[in-house]
Design a protein around this ligand. Structure first.
Ligand code: TXA
Ligand code: MG
Length: 536
Protein backbone atom coordinates (compact mmCIF):
# COMPACT_ATOMS: atom_id res chain seq x y z
CA UNK A 1 0.00 0.00 0.00
CA UNK A 2 1.19 3.51 -0.75
CA UNK A 3 1.33 5.98 2.10
CA UNK A 4 -0.32 9.27 1.21
CA UNK A 5 0.99 12.52 2.68
CA UNK A 6 -1.26 15.50 3.25
CA UNK A 7 0.38 18.75 4.12
CA UNK A 8 -1.76 20.98 6.32
CA UNK A 9 -1.55 24.29 8.11
CA UNK A 10 -0.92 23.14 11.69
CA UNK A 11 -3.13 25.87 13.16
CA UNK A 12 -5.96 25.73 10.63
CA UNK A 13 -5.95 22.31 9.00
CA UNK A 14 -8.04 21.93 5.87
CA UNK A 15 -11.40 20.47 6.95
CA UNK A 16 -11.74 18.41 3.82
CA UNK A 17 -8.44 16.66 4.46
CA UNK A 18 -9.39 16.07 8.09
CA UNK A 19 -12.71 14.57 6.97
CA UNK A 20 -10.98 12.25 4.51
CA UNK A 21 -8.52 11.07 7.19
CA UNK A 22 -11.31 10.58 9.72
CA UNK A 23 -13.09 8.43 7.19
CA UNK A 24 -10.04 6.23 6.71
CA UNK A 25 -9.72 5.89 10.50
CA UNK A 26 -13.38 5.00 10.95
CA UNK A 27 -12.95 2.27 8.38
CA UNK A 28 -10.08 0.73 10.32
CA UNK A 29 -7.12 2.49 8.65
CA UNK A 30 -3.96 4.00 10.13
CA UNK A 31 -3.24 7.73 10.06
CA UNK A 32 -0.12 9.42 11.48
CA UNK A 33 -0.75 12.92 12.79
CA UNK A 34 1.12 15.64 14.65
CA UNK A 35 0.61 16.30 18.33
CA UNK A 36 2.39 18.88 20.47
CA UNK A 37 4.81 16.17 21.68
CA UNK A 38 5.66 13.81 18.81
CA UNK A 39 3.80 12.37 15.81
CA UNK A 40 1.28 9.71 16.74
CA UNK A 41 0.10 6.72 14.74
CA UNK A 42 -3.66 6.71 15.15
CA UNK A 43 -6.29 4.01 14.84
CA UNK A 44 -9.88 3.76 16.03
CA UNK A 45 -9.34 2.74 19.64
CA UNK A 46 -12.65 0.91 19.84
CA UNK A 47 -11.86 -1.33 16.87
CA UNK A 48 -9.52 -4.13 17.97
CA UNK A 49 -8.60 -5.04 14.40
CA UNK A 50 -7.59 -1.48 13.60
CA UNK A 51 -5.54 -1.36 16.80
CA UNK A 52 -3.87 -4.65 15.88
CA UNK A 53 -2.65 -2.97 12.69
CA UNK A 54 -0.77 -0.41 14.78
CA UNK A 55 1.20 -3.16 16.48
CA UNK A 56 1.92 -4.76 13.14
CA UNK A 57 2.99 -1.57 11.37
CA UNK A 58 5.31 -0.56 14.20
CA UNK A 59 6.57 -4.04 15.01
CA UNK A 60 5.55 -3.27 18.58
CA UNK A 61 5.51 -5.97 21.26
CA UNK A 62 1.92 -6.91 22.13
CA UNK A 63 2.47 -6.42 25.85
CA UNK A 64 3.10 -2.69 25.48
CA UNK A 65 -0.20 -0.83 25.91
CA UNK A 66 -1.30 2.25 23.97
CA UNK A 67 -2.46 5.71 24.98
CA UNK A 68 -5.98 6.77 24.05
CA UNK A 69 -6.31 10.27 22.64
CA UNK A 70 -9.44 12.34 23.13
CA UNK A 71 -10.41 15.85 22.11
CA UNK A 72 -12.90 16.80 24.86
CA UNK A 73 -12.97 16.30 28.60
CA UNK A 74 -16.28 14.38 28.40
CA UNK A 75 -14.52 11.89 26.16
CA UNK A 76 -12.99 10.25 29.22
CA UNK A 77 -16.26 9.21 30.85
CA UNK A 78 -17.08 6.22 28.69
CA UNK A 79 -13.51 4.91 28.79
CA UNK A 80 -12.99 4.75 32.56
CA UNK A 81 -14.71 3.37 35.63
CA UNK A 82 -13.73 6.20 37.89
CA UNK A 83 -12.07 9.59 37.89
CA UNK A 84 -10.35 10.33 41.18
CA UNK A 85 -10.39 13.88 42.51
CA UNK A 86 -6.68 14.08 41.95
CA UNK A 87 -6.97 12.97 38.34
CA UNK A 88 -9.79 15.44 37.82
CA UNK A 89 -7.70 18.28 39.08
CA UNK A 90 -4.82 17.35 36.81
CA UNK A 91 -7.13 17.03 33.82
CA UNK A 92 -8.58 20.44 34.46
CA UNK A 93 -5.19 22.00 34.87
CA UNK A 94 -3.15 20.33 32.18
CA UNK A 95 -5.49 19.11 29.44
CA UNK A 96 -5.10 19.65 26.61
CA UNK A 97 -1.38 19.09 27.07
CA UNK A 98 1.50 16.64 27.40
CA UNK A 99 0.11 14.67 30.35
CA UNK A 100 -1.11 11.07 30.12
CA UNK A 101 -3.10 9.78 33.08
CA UNK A 102 -3.91 6.22 34.06
CA UNK A 103 -7.51 5.32 34.91
CA UNK A 104 -9.31 2.10 35.78
CA UNK A 105 -10.55 1.06 32.34
CA UNK A 106 -14.18 0.58 31.39
CA UNK A 107 -15.46 -2.47 29.51
CA UNK A 108 -15.56 -0.65 26.16
CA UNK A 109 -11.77 -0.36 25.97
CA UNK A 110 -10.52 -3.37 23.99
CA UNK A 111 -7.96 -5.64 25.68
CA UNK A 112 -5.47 -5.10 22.92
CA UNK A 113 -5.26 -1.38 23.80
CA UNK A 114 -4.27 -1.94 27.41
CA UNK A 115 -2.35 -5.18 26.85
CA UNK A 116 -4.71 -6.73 29.36
CA UNK A 117 -3.89 -4.26 32.15
CA UNK A 118 -6.75 -3.09 34.38
CA UNK A 119 -5.84 0.54 33.65
CA UNK A 120 -6.11 2.64 30.54
CA UNK A 121 -3.81 5.55 29.66
CA UNK A 122 -5.54 8.65 28.28
CA UNK A 123 -4.46 12.05 27.13
CA UNK A 124 -5.86 15.08 25.34
CA UNK A 125 -3.29 16.46 22.90
CA UNK A 126 -2.83 20.19 22.56
CA UNK A 127 -2.59 20.41 18.81
CA UNK A 128 -5.28 21.68 16.42
CA UNK A 129 -4.67 18.91 13.89
CA UNK A 130 -4.92 16.15 16.50
CA UNK A 131 -7.98 17.73 18.06
CA UNK A 132 -9.80 18.28 14.78
CA UNK A 133 -9.00 14.76 13.66
CA UNK A 134 -10.27 13.12 16.85
CA UNK A 135 -13.37 15.31 16.75
CA UNK A 136 -14.07 14.38 13.18
CA UNK A 137 -13.68 10.66 13.93
CA UNK A 138 -16.06 10.77 16.83
CA UNK A 139 -14.09 8.00 18.54
CA UNK A 140 -10.98 8.03 20.70
CA UNK A 141 -7.78 7.31 18.83
CA UNK A 142 -5.23 4.84 20.10
CA UNK A 143 -1.91 6.40 19.14
CA UNK A 144 1.61 5.39 20.01
CA UNK A 145 4.48 7.43 18.67
CA UNK A 146 4.60 6.93 14.89
CA UNK A 147 8.02 5.32 14.72
CA UNK A 148 9.16 1.81 14.08
CA UNK A 149 9.29 0.16 17.49
CA UNK A 150 12.63 0.82 19.17
CA UNK A 151 13.50 3.81 16.97
CA UNK A 152 13.61 7.45 18.08
CA UNK A 153 10.12 8.98 18.12
CA UNK A 154 9.23 11.07 15.07
CA UNK A 155 9.08 14.83 15.35
CA UNK A 156 8.34 15.46 11.68
CA UNK A 157 6.37 13.84 8.88
CA UNK A 158 9.68 12.98 7.27
CA UNK A 159 10.68 10.89 10.29
CA UNK A 160 7.36 9.03 10.13
CA UNK A 161 7.84 8.35 6.45
CA UNK A 162 11.37 7.06 7.03
CA UNK A 163 10.04 4.41 9.44
CA UNK A 164 6.56 3.58 8.23
CA UNK A 165 6.36 4.27 4.50
CA UNK A 166 4.10 1.72 2.86
CA UNK A 167 2.90 0.38 6.20
CA UNK A 168 0.26 3.02 6.99
CA UNK A 169 -2.44 4.78 4.99
CA UNK A 170 -1.85 8.47 5.59
CA UNK A 171 0.59 10.90 7.16
CA UNK A 172 -0.75 14.34 8.00
CA UNK A 173 2.20 16.69 7.75
CA UNK A 174 1.70 19.58 10.16
CA UNK A 175 5.35 20.57 10.39
CA UNK A 176 7.78 19.83 13.20
CA UNK A 177 6.36 19.13 16.64
CA UNK A 178 6.75 21.65 19.37
CA UNK A 179 7.84 19.78 22.50
CA UNK A 180 9.78 16.96 20.89
CA UNK A 181 9.57 14.41 23.70
CA UNK A 182 6.51 12.34 24.56
CA UNK A 183 3.91 13.11 27.19
CA UNK A 184 4.50 12.52 30.88
CA UNK A 185 2.78 9.30 31.96
CA UNK A 186 1.48 9.65 35.49
CA UNK A 187 -0.13 7.09 37.75
CA UNK A 188 -2.26 8.78 40.39
CA UNK A 189 -4.03 5.65 41.53
CA UNK A 190 -1.91 5.06 44.63
CA UNK A 191 -1.20 7.16 47.70
CA UNK A 192 1.76 8.75 46.12
CA UNK A 193 1.64 9.64 42.42
CA UNK A 194 4.28 7.98 40.30
CA UNK A 195 5.76 9.33 37.11
CA UNK A 196 5.95 6.23 34.94
CA UNK A 197 7.57 8.13 32.13
CA UNK A 198 8.93 11.66 32.48
CA UNK A 199 7.89 13.80 29.53
CA UNK A 200 6.64 17.12 28.24
CA UNK A 201 4.89 18.13 31.44
CA UNK A 202 7.46 18.70 34.15
CA UNK A 203 7.60 17.06 37.53
CA UNK A 204 7.70 20.52 39.09
CA UNK A 205 4.43 21.49 37.39
CA UNK A 206 2.74 18.34 38.64
CA UNK A 207 4.06 18.87 42.14
CA UNK A 208 2.88 22.44 42.21
CA UNK A 209 -0.56 21.42 40.97
CA UNK A 210 -1.01 18.72 43.57
CA UNK A 211 0.59 20.27 46.58
CA UNK A 212 -1.14 23.61 46.50
CA UNK A 213 -4.85 24.19 46.84
CA UNK A 214 -7.34 21.67 48.04
CA UNK A 215 -8.63 18.76 46.14
CA UNK A 216 -12.37 18.18 46.22
CA UNK A 217 -13.52 15.36 48.50
CA UNK A 218 -10.08 14.89 49.72
CA UNK A 219 -7.64 16.83 51.69
CA UNK A 220 -4.41 16.32 49.93
CA UNK A 221 -2.32 19.36 50.55
CA UNK A 222 1.09 17.83 50.28
CA UNK A 223 2.23 14.70 48.50
CA UNK A 224 5.58 13.28 47.70
CA UNK A 225 6.34 12.15 44.20
CA UNK A 226 8.23 9.18 43.05
CA UNK A 227 9.78 8.83 39.70
CA UNK A 228 9.98 5.22 38.75
CA UNK A 229 13.34 3.53 38.86
CA UNK A 230 13.39 2.21 35.34
CA UNK A 231 13.50 5.81 34.21
CA UNK A 232 16.82 6.08 35.94
CA UNK A 233 15.78 8.74 38.40
CA UNK A 234 13.82 6.84 40.95
CA UNK A 235 13.88 7.13 44.66
CA UNK A 236 11.48 4.29 45.10
CA UNK A 237 11.80 0.83 43.64
CA UNK A 238 9.85 0.28 40.46
CA UNK A 239 6.39 -0.97 41.37
CA UNK A 240 4.85 -4.12 40.04
CA UNK A 241 1.22 -5.00 39.83
CA UNK A 242 -0.17 -8.09 41.51
CA UNK A 243 0.14 -9.97 38.25
CA UNK A 244 3.84 -9.27 38.25
CA UNK A 245 3.81 -7.08 35.17
CA UNK A 246 5.57 -3.77 35.16
CA UNK A 247 3.34 -0.75 35.68
CA UNK A 248 4.49 0.94 32.52
CA UNK A 249 5.44 -1.89 30.26
CA UNK A 250 6.89 0.41 27.65
CA UNK A 251 9.73 1.48 29.89
CA UNK A 252 11.36 -1.91 29.96
CA UNK A 253 12.27 -1.85 26.30
CA UNK A 254 15.38 -0.23 24.97
CA UNK A 255 13.49 2.61 23.39
CA UNK A 256 14.54 5.53 21.29
CA UNK A 257 17.63 3.73 20.14
CA UNK A 258 19.68 5.02 17.25
CA UNK A 259 21.53 2.51 15.06
CA UNK A 260 24.97 3.72 16.12
CA UNK A 261 26.79 2.85 19.30
CA UNK A 262 25.88 5.59 21.76
CA UNK A 263 27.39 7.07 24.91
CA UNK A 264 26.54 9.87 27.29
CA UNK A 265 28.99 12.13 29.11
CA UNK A 266 28.34 13.12 32.69
CA UNK A 267 29.88 15.67 35.02
CA UNK A 268 30.34 19.42 34.89
CA UNK A 269 30.04 21.01 31.45
CA UNK A 270 33.84 21.33 31.36
CA UNK A 271 34.40 17.72 32.40
CA UNK A 272 31.87 16.57 29.82
CA UNK A 273 33.57 18.31 26.95
CA UNK A 274 37.03 17.16 28.00
CA UNK A 275 35.87 13.55 28.05
CA UNK A 276 34.05 14.02 24.79
CA UNK A 277 37.09 15.51 23.06
CA UNK A 278 39.35 12.75 24.35
CA UNK A 279 37.07 9.91 23.29
CA UNK A 280 36.05 11.51 20.01
CA UNK A 281 39.70 11.67 19.01
CA UNK A 282 40.16 8.05 20.02
CA UNK A 283 37.14 6.89 18.05
CA UNK A 284 37.61 9.11 15.02
CA UNK A 285 41.32 8.43 14.53
CA UNK A 286 40.66 4.73 14.77
CA UNK A 287 38.36 5.22 11.79
CA UNK A 288 34.90 5.46 13.41
CA UNK A 289 32.65 8.32 12.46
CA UNK A 290 31.63 10.28 15.52
CA UNK A 291 28.72 12.65 16.06
CA UNK A 292 28.53 14.74 19.22
CA UNK A 293 25.25 16.19 20.51
CA UNK A 294 26.31 19.38 22.23
CA UNK A 295 25.06 22.14 24.44
CA UNK A 296 25.36 25.62 23.02
CA UNK A 297 27.85 26.47 25.75
CA UNK A 298 30.26 23.71 24.75
CA UNK A 299 29.55 23.72 21.02
CA UNK A 300 32.26 26.21 19.95
CA UNK A 301 34.95 24.16 21.65
CA UNK A 302 34.21 21.14 19.49
CA UNK A 303 33.93 22.85 16.15
CA UNK A 304 37.68 23.29 15.51
CA UNK A 305 38.02 19.50 15.38
CA UNK A 306 35.36 19.28 12.72
CA UNK A 307 37.35 21.44 10.35
CA UNK A 308 40.84 20.24 11.17
CA UNK A 309 42.18 17.25 13.07
CA UNK A 310 39.07 15.10 12.69
CA UNK A 311 37.75 16.42 9.39
CA UNK A 312 35.32 14.02 7.78
CA UNK A 313 35.24 11.82 10.87
CA UNK A 314 33.57 14.12 13.34
CA UNK A 315 30.41 16.20 13.42
CA UNK A 316 28.77 18.29 16.09
CA UNK A 317 25.03 18.85 16.33
CA UNK A 318 23.76 21.70 18.45
CA UNK A 319 21.03 20.71 20.90
CA UNK A 320 20.61 24.02 22.69
CA UNK A 321 21.51 26.02 25.74
CA UNK A 322 21.75 24.61 29.25
CA UNK A 323 19.79 27.68 30.30
CA UNK A 324 16.68 26.76 28.31
CA UNK A 325 16.00 23.08 27.79
CA UNK A 326 12.94 23.41 25.51
CA UNK A 327 14.99 23.55 22.31
CA UNK A 328 17.12 20.68 23.60
CA UNK A 329 14.03 18.51 24.03
CA UNK A 330 12.64 19.67 20.69
CA UNK A 331 15.82 18.70 18.83
CA UNK A 332 16.74 15.54 20.68
CA UNK A 333 15.09 12.87 18.55
CA UNK A 334 15.69 14.63 15.25
CA UNK A 335 19.35 14.98 16.21
CA UNK A 336 19.62 11.24 16.82
CA UNK A 337 18.12 10.62 13.41
CA UNK A 338 20.32 13.28 11.82
CA UNK A 339 23.39 11.66 13.37
CA UNK A 340 22.57 8.48 11.53
CA UNK A 341 22.11 10.34 8.27
CA UNK A 342 25.60 11.76 8.79
CA UNK A 343 26.86 8.19 8.97
CA UNK A 344 27.62 8.17 12.69
CA UNK A 345 29.10 4.95 14.01
CA UNK A 346 29.41 6.48 17.45
CA UNK A 347 27.08 9.08 18.95
CA UNK A 348 28.14 10.90 22.10
CA UNK A 349 25.73 13.19 23.89
CA UNK A 350 26.23 15.71 26.61
CA UNK A 351 23.85 15.47 29.54
CA UNK A 352 21.79 18.21 31.13
CA UNK A 353 20.32 19.14 34.49
CA UNK A 354 17.40 17.13 35.83
CA UNK A 355 15.27 20.21 36.37
CA UNK A 356 12.14 20.77 34.32
CA UNK A 357 12.30 19.13 30.91
CA UNK A 358 15.76 17.90 31.88
CA UNK A 359 14.23 14.85 33.54
CA UNK A 360 12.65 13.69 30.28
CA UNK A 361 15.75 14.57 28.26
CA UNK A 362 17.96 12.63 30.61
CA UNK A 363 15.60 9.66 30.58
CA UNK A 364 15.62 9.50 26.77
CA UNK A 365 19.39 9.85 26.60
CA UNK A 366 19.81 7.05 29.12
CA UNK A 367 17.50 4.85 27.09
CA UNK A 368 19.06 5.71 23.74
CA UNK A 369 22.55 4.96 25.04
CA UNK A 370 21.49 1.94 27.05
CA UNK A 371 22.91 3.88 30.00
CA UNK A 372 26.46 3.67 28.62
CA UNK A 373 28.63 6.41 30.05
CA UNK A 374 31.90 7.48 28.41
CA UNK A 375 33.58 6.91 31.77
CA UNK A 376 33.04 3.19 31.34
CA UNK A 377 35.42 3.18 28.39
CA UNK A 378 39.08 2.60 29.01
CA UNK A 379 40.98 5.83 29.28
CA UNK A 380 44.63 5.01 28.96
CA UNK A 381 46.74 7.95 27.79
CA UNK A 382 46.22 9.57 24.42
CA UNK A 383 49.42 8.72 22.54
CA UNK A 384 50.95 11.24 20.18
CA UNK A 385 54.06 10.72 18.05
CA UNK A 386 55.86 13.78 16.60
CA UNK A 387 57.81 12.90 13.46
CA UNK A 388 60.58 14.69 11.54
CA UNK A 389 63.61 13.48 9.60
CA UNK A 390 66.48 12.80 12.00
CA UNK A 391 64.69 13.24 15.34
CA UNK A 392 67.28 15.74 16.57
CA UNK A 393 65.59 19.15 16.07
CA UNK A 394 61.97 19.68 15.07
CA UNK A 395 60.36 16.61 16.58
CA UNK A 396 62.16 16.64 19.95
CA UNK A 397 61.35 20.34 20.25
CA UNK A 398 57.70 19.57 19.51
CA UNK A 399 57.70 16.76 22.04
CA UNK A 400 59.21 18.91 24.79
CA UNK A 401 57.02 21.92 24.04
CA UNK A 402 53.88 19.82 23.91
CA UNK A 403 54.62 18.37 27.34
CA UNK A 404 55.07 21.75 28.92
CA UNK A 405 52.03 23.28 27.18
CA UNK A 406 49.85 20.34 28.16
CA UNK A 407 50.79 20.99 31.79
CA UNK A 408 49.96 24.66 31.26
CA UNK A 409 46.54 23.61 29.94
CA UNK A 410 45.84 21.81 33.19
CA UNK A 411 46.38 18.26 31.94
CA UNK A 412 42.73 17.23 32.16
CA UNK A 413 43.60 13.73 30.95
CA UNK A 414 46.76 11.84 30.32
CA UNK A 415 48.67 12.40 27.06
CA UNK A 416 51.87 10.55 26.28
CA UNK A 417 53.99 12.26 23.65
CA UNK A 418 57.14 10.89 22.02
CA UNK A 419 59.18 11.90 18.97
CA UNK A 420 60.74 9.91 16.15
CA UNK A 421 62.52 10.42 12.81
CA UNK A 422 61.68 8.84 9.46
CA UNK A 423 65.37 8.33 8.67
CA UNK A 424 66.89 8.83 12.10
CA UNK A 425 70.26 7.51 13.08
CA UNK A 426 69.57 6.07 16.52
CA UNK A 427 71.34 7.33 19.63
CA UNK A 428 72.08 10.96 18.78
CA UNK A 429 71.32 13.83 21.17
CA UNK A 430 69.17 16.78 20.14
CA UNK A 431 71.16 19.43 18.32
CA UNK A 432 72.80 22.01 20.53
CA UNK A 433 70.81 24.85 18.97
CA UNK A 434 67.55 23.01 19.59
CA UNK A 435 68.50 22.38 23.22
CA UNK A 436 69.34 26.06 23.56
CA UNK A 437 66.11 27.28 21.96
CA UNK A 438 64.14 25.02 24.27
CA UNK A 439 65.96 26.06 27.41
CA UNK A 440 64.86 29.65 26.75
CA UNK A 441 61.30 28.32 26.76
CA UNK A 442 61.56 26.37 29.98
CA UNK A 443 61.81 23.04 28.20
CA UNK A 444 64.67 20.63 28.78
CA UNK A 445 65.51 18.26 25.93
CA UNK A 446 69.17 17.79 26.84
CA UNK A 447 68.72 14.10 27.57
CA UNK A 448 66.85 13.37 24.33
CA UNK A 449 68.14 10.43 22.30
CA UNK A 450 67.14 10.06 18.64
CA UNK A 451 65.15 7.06 17.41
CA UNK A 452 63.84 5.95 14.03
CA UNK A 453 60.09 5.48 13.82
CA UNK A 454 59.01 1.83 14.03
CA UNK A 455 55.81 0.02 13.20
CA UNK A 456 55.36 -0.50 16.92
CA UNK A 457 55.40 3.25 17.48
CA UNK A 458 52.84 3.63 14.73
CA UNK A 459 50.60 0.88 16.07
CA UNK A 460 50.66 2.28 19.60
CA UNK A 461 49.88 5.84 18.56
CA UNK A 462 46.50 7.53 18.51
CA UNK A 463 47.85 10.43 16.48
CA UNK A 464 51.02 10.83 14.43
CA UNK A 465 51.98 14.41 13.63
CA UNK A 466 54.40 14.85 10.72
CA UNK A 467 56.36 18.08 10.48
CA UNK A 468 56.08 18.22 6.69
CA UNK A 469 54.00 16.77 3.89
CA UNK A 470 57.06 14.82 2.73
CA UNK A 471 57.27 13.12 6.13
CA UNK A 472 53.62 12.27 5.99
CA UNK A 473 53.96 10.79 2.52
CA UNK A 474 56.87 8.68 3.59
CA UNK A 475 54.95 7.43 6.60
CA UNK A 476 51.95 6.63 4.42
CA UNK A 477 54.06 4.67 2.00
CA UNK A 478 55.51 2.58 4.81
CA UNK A 479 52.53 2.32 7.10
CA UNK A 480 49.44 2.60 4.94
CA UNK A 481 47.45 0.58 7.50
CA UNK A 482 47.72 3.54 9.89
CA UNK A 483 46.55 6.09 7.36
CA UNK A 484 43.71 7.20 9.63
CA UNK A 485 45.91 8.70 12.28
CA UNK A 486 48.70 10.34 10.28
CA UNK A 487 48.47 14.12 9.90
CA UNK A 488 50.80 16.98 9.08
CA UNK A 489 51.00 19.77 11.64
CA UNK A 490 49.21 22.04 9.20
CA UNK A 491 46.39 19.53 8.82
CA UNK A 492 46.04 19.44 12.57
CA UNK A 493 46.01 23.23 12.80
CA UNK A 494 44.94 24.78 9.50
CA UNK A 495 44.80 28.55 9.71
CA UNK A 496 47.00 28.43 12.79
CA UNK A 497 49.95 26.86 11.05
CA UNK A 498 50.12 26.36 7.30
CA UNK A 499 52.70 24.58 5.19
CA UNK A 500 55.73 22.65 6.38
CA UNK A 501 57.85 23.07 9.48
CA UNK A 502 61.16 23.74 7.67
CA UNK A 503 64.32 22.04 8.80
CA UNK A 504 66.60 24.44 10.73
CA UNK A 505 69.47 21.93 10.64
CA UNK A 506 72.89 23.51 10.08
CA UNK A 507 71.52 27.05 10.23
CA UNK A 508 71.98 29.89 12.70
CA UNK A 509 70.54 29.89 16.21
CA UNK A 510 67.95 32.51 15.18
CA UNK A 511 66.49 30.06 12.69
CA UNK A 512 66.10 27.50 15.47
CA UNK A 513 64.53 30.16 17.67
CA UNK A 514 62.02 31.04 14.95
CA UNK A 515 61.15 27.38 14.49
CA UNK A 516 60.68 27.06 18.24
CA UNK A 517 58.38 30.12 18.23
CA UNK A 518 56.22 28.74 15.48
CA UNK A 519 56.00 25.35 17.16
CA UNK A 520 55.19 26.87 20.52
CA UNK A 521 52.39 29.05 19.15
CA UNK A 522 50.88 26.19 17.21
CA UNK A 523 51.12 23.62 19.95
CA UNK A 524 49.67 26.07 22.46
CA UNK A 525 46.53 26.23 20.34
CA UNK A 526 46.49 22.45 19.97
CA UNK A 527 46.90 21.73 23.68
CA UNK A 528 44.16 24.21 24.57
CA UNK A 529 41.83 22.66 22.06
CA UNK A 530 42.58 19.20 23.36
CA UNK A 531 41.92 20.43 26.89
CA UNK A 532 38.61 21.93 25.81
CA UNK A 533 39.59 25.43 26.85
CA UNK A 534 39.35 28.67 24.91
CA UNK A 535 42.23 28.93 22.47
CA UNK A 536 42.25 32.69 21.96
O1 TXA B 1 3.27 12.10 23.72
C1 TXA B 1 2.86 10.94 23.67
O2 TXA B 1 2.48 10.34 24.68
C2 TXA B 1 2.83 10.25 22.31
C3 TXA B 1 1.85 11.01 21.41
C4 TXA B 1 1.66 10.36 20.09
O3 TXA B 1 0.65 11.18 22.09
N1 TXA B 1 2.48 8.89 22.43
C5 TXA B 1 3.31 7.95 22.94
O4 TXA B 1 2.83 6.69 22.95
O5 TXA B 1 4.42 8.23 23.33
P1 TXA B 1 3.75 5.39 23.12
O6 TXA B 1 2.88 4.27 22.83
O7 TXA B 1 4.96 5.54 22.27
O8 TXA B 1 4.10 5.36 24.63
C6 TXA B 1 3.10 5.04 25.59
C7 TXA B 1 3.70 4.72 26.90
C8 TXA B 1 4.40 3.39 26.91
O9 TXA B 1 5.57 3.48 27.70
C9 TXA B 1 3.36 2.48 27.55
O10 TXA B 1 3.92 1.35 28.17
C10 TXA B 1 2.71 3.41 28.54
O11 TXA B 1 2.66 4.65 27.87
N2 TXA B 1 1.34 2.96 28.88
C11 TXA B 1 0.27 2.92 28.09
N3 TXA B 1 -0.77 2.42 28.73
C12 TXA B 1 -0.38 2.13 29.98
C13 TXA B 1 -1.01 1.58 31.12
N4 TXA B 1 -2.27 1.21 31.12
N5 TXA B 1 -0.25 1.44 32.23
C14 TXA B 1 1.02 1.81 32.25
N6 TXA B 1 1.67 2.33 31.21
C15 TXA B 1 0.98 2.49 30.08
MG1 MG C 1 6.84 5.36 21.64
Amino acid sequence: MDTVIYKVDPLHPDEEIIARCADVLRRGGLVAFPTETVYGLGANALDPEAVARIFEAKGRPQDNPLILHISRLEGVDALVREISPRAKRLMEMFWPGPLTLLFPRSYIVPDIVTAGLPTVAIRMPDHPVAQRLIDACGVPLAAPSANQSGRPSPTSARDVLADLNGKIDIIIDGGPTDIGVESTVLDVSGDSPIILRPGGLTREDIEAALSTGRIKNGAVTRVTYDVCDTCGHGRKPFSFSAAGTALSPGMKYRHYAPRAEMYIAKGTPLAQRQKIIFHSIRFALSGKKVVVLASQENFPLYTPFQKSLLEGLFNVILLGSREDLSPVAARLYSSLRHSEELGAQVIISETFSLQGLGLAISNRLEKASGGKDLSELGSGPLRIVMVCTGNTCRSPMSEGLFRRLWKDAGEPYSVEVISRGVTAVPGLPASEEAVHAMRARDVDISSHVSKPVSSRDMAGADLVIAMTLAHKKLLLSRYSEFENKIRTLSEVLPGVFDGDVMDPYGQAQTVYDNTADVLEQSLRVLTKRLAGIEST
